[in-house]
Design a protein around this ligand. Structure first.
Ligand SMILES: O=C(O)CCC(=O)C(=O)O
Length: 269
């Protein structure tokens, strides 16, 4: 397979409101803009079509395929990009999931990742959030190949679990993407730290996308810029990555005879 050493990736920090149609059209417009700037892989945030919160999930939930994933598929095809479609509340067989769909440049659905680790935390006086009151967890790892590199997918809280990133890296991923929506408590404390940790431990690139911060929302996303909508291009450079892995060869230096992290799931490619 011909692999480009360097490519442009766009992370869209989307303004998300209660009007689904606006969220979809805004996302579509920004994917086009990102592609117009040369991006080959585009990432949207967690819950990009709906406000984030357990009280919203059932109202905004859709089946897959459905309205939102149709828009994503068309946006990927029209702009010839790999599109990691953030996440949406998904309804399937009476259950709700937090699901990320990934589309290829022909608009084909490459994979669906259901958030594996549900966001259940309780920090007294700060934030209580219990996704598991409403959502069911996914049970699969999710990776896909592109013309540039192999990509592992997680959603927000999934990023806290070092084992998942480690498995993705061991299975050959060079880039991990996490649509996210951290908050004003854990955002400043951990959002960047987690990304740097996962990247450093595993010698991979990490890309995350958050909804833009909206102080009027019931759940205020940390985001991480001052602007309402930003597209951040950056260039994963696989040659550089290979160099780092050679210079600091931790993969070969692991003591598999002493410890190991394995997936109990077979057949995840
Ligand atoms: O891990 C955190 O602190 C935030 C996670 C989160 O917001 C989510 O999973 O949606």
């Amino acid at each position: 397979m011909f692999v480009l050493s360097e490519f442009r990736l766009a992370v869209i920090q989307l303004q998300v409101t209660g009007v689904k149609a606006d969220n979809l059209s805004r996302a579509r417009r920004l994917v086009k803009e990102a592609a117009g700037q040369g991006s080959r892989l585009v990432l949207l945030p967690e819950c990009f079509n709906s406000p984030y919160g357990t009280s919203f999930f059932s109202t905004y939930a859709e089946r897959i395929p459905g309205e939102s994933t149709q828009v994503l598929s068309e946006a990927a095809r029209e702009n010839q990009v790999y599109l990691v479609g953030g996440s949406i509340p998904e309804e399937d067989d009476g259950k709700l999931y937090n699901s990320c769909t990934v589309f290829g440049p022909n608009g084909e659905l490459i994979l669906k990742h259901r958030k594996i680790h549900l966001f259940d935390i309780d920090i007294p006086g700060k934030i209580r959030f219990q996704e598991s009151e409403i959502l069911s967890p996914g049970n699969s790892l999710s990776m896909f190949d592109t013309a540039f590199c192999k990509v592992g997918v997680g959603i927000c809280y999934d990023m806290r679990f070092a084992e998942l990133a480690q498995l993705y890296s061991r299975k050959g991923c060079q880039l991990l993407v996490y649509p996210g929506a951290f908050n004003m408590t854990t955002g400043p404390a951990h959002w960047e730290l987690l990304q740097r940790g996962r990247a450093l431990d595993n010698q991979v690139y990490i890309a995350t996308a958050s909804p833009a911060r909206d102080e009027t929302a019931s759940y205020v996303a940390w985001g991480h810029t001052a602007r309402v909508i930003v597209i951040k291009p950056f260039f994963p450079d696989l040659q550089y990555l290979a160099g780092v892995r050679q210079q600091i060869p931790i993969t070969a230096q692991r003591r598999d005879d002493l410890y190991t992290v394995t997936s109990v799931q077979e057949g995840s490619s």
